[in-house]
Ligand binder design. Structure first.
Ligand code: DX5
Ligand code: ZN
Length: 231
């Protein structure tokens, strides 16, 4: 999965959670031709987070509807048990939560060995320093800007500092080149702030799927992100 050159280019990752579940294939095709860089897929198990969505089977069935990268954001306990099926489903990046597995080193190594791009996510209450010893094993750090589980929640402004801290951690070690993603409450209003803090991948569900036409919604996010870049 091509990561592009971080900090120079902001990627927009629409979250299918806000799409129309009765016609997911169509949604995936439409969003892919509307300027999305990749598609964000929220896998929830109804236990790690208080909501249940879809798993590898559904992802496999939508894969043929798009050729852009798919990332699976795993909000599940025992994320390792899903990896084989996610590979078969055609997922490009797997993002696991720091809180979901005590053997994060082993898990991230396995994700990379399987040929996935590896991402690690932090709940709002989890401090950035807990990632210090795995940063060389990841291609992306996801700073959750809401408590995970549902779309349509309000952006938590206090996460701005955490985004900056993750960026600082990347800057202090020259061998690191992971991207910084944000997820939750990202809109044209909040996009410039998170980009200014250091985010370079923006996940957006409501702001895209609930504000059609998709092409214009994505363009609005890009424009707002550009303001953050040039500030
Ligand atoms: C929340 C999910 C998000 C969600 C974001 O737990 O991880 O990806 O879809 O939705 P919005 O953009 O509506 O906040
Ligand atoms: Zn997500």
């Amino acid at each position: 999965m091509s990561e592009g050159s971080f900090q120079k280019e902001i990627l927009i990752a629409p979250s299918l959670l806000a799409g129309d579940f009765s016609r997911l294939g169509e949604e995936v095709t439409r969003i892919s031709s509307s300027g999305a860089d990749l598609i964000h897929l929220d896998v929830m198990d109804g236990d790690f987070v208080p909501n249940l969505t879809f798993g590898p089977g559904v992802i496999e069935s939508i894969r043929p509807f798009s050729s852009i990268p798919l990332e699976a954001h795993l909000m599940v306990w025992h994320p390792d048990t899903y990896l084989d099926e996610l590979k078969e489903a055609g997922v490009d990046r797997v993002i696991v939560h720091q809180e979901s597995d005590v053997h994060l080193n082993r898990l991230l190594r396995r994700i990379r060995q399987m040929g996935f791009s590896a991402g690690v996510a932090l709940n709002p209450s989890t401090p950035a320093f807990l990632l210090e010893d795995v940063l060389d094993l990841v291609d992306l750090v996801l700073v959750m800007t809401v408590n995970p589980g549902f779309g349509g929640q309000s952006y938590l402004g206090e996460m701005r500092e955490k985004i900056s801290r993750v960026k600082q951690m990347r800057e202090t070690r020259p061998n690191l080149s992971f991207r910084i993603e944000v997820d939750g409450g990202i809109s044209p209003v909040t996009a410039s702030e998170v980009v200014l803090a250091g985010a370079d991948v923006l996940v957006a569900g409501t702001a895209v799927f609930r504000n059609p036409p998709y092409e214009e919604a994505i363009a609005r996010l890009r424009l707002a992100a550009g303001v953050g870049m040039s500030s």
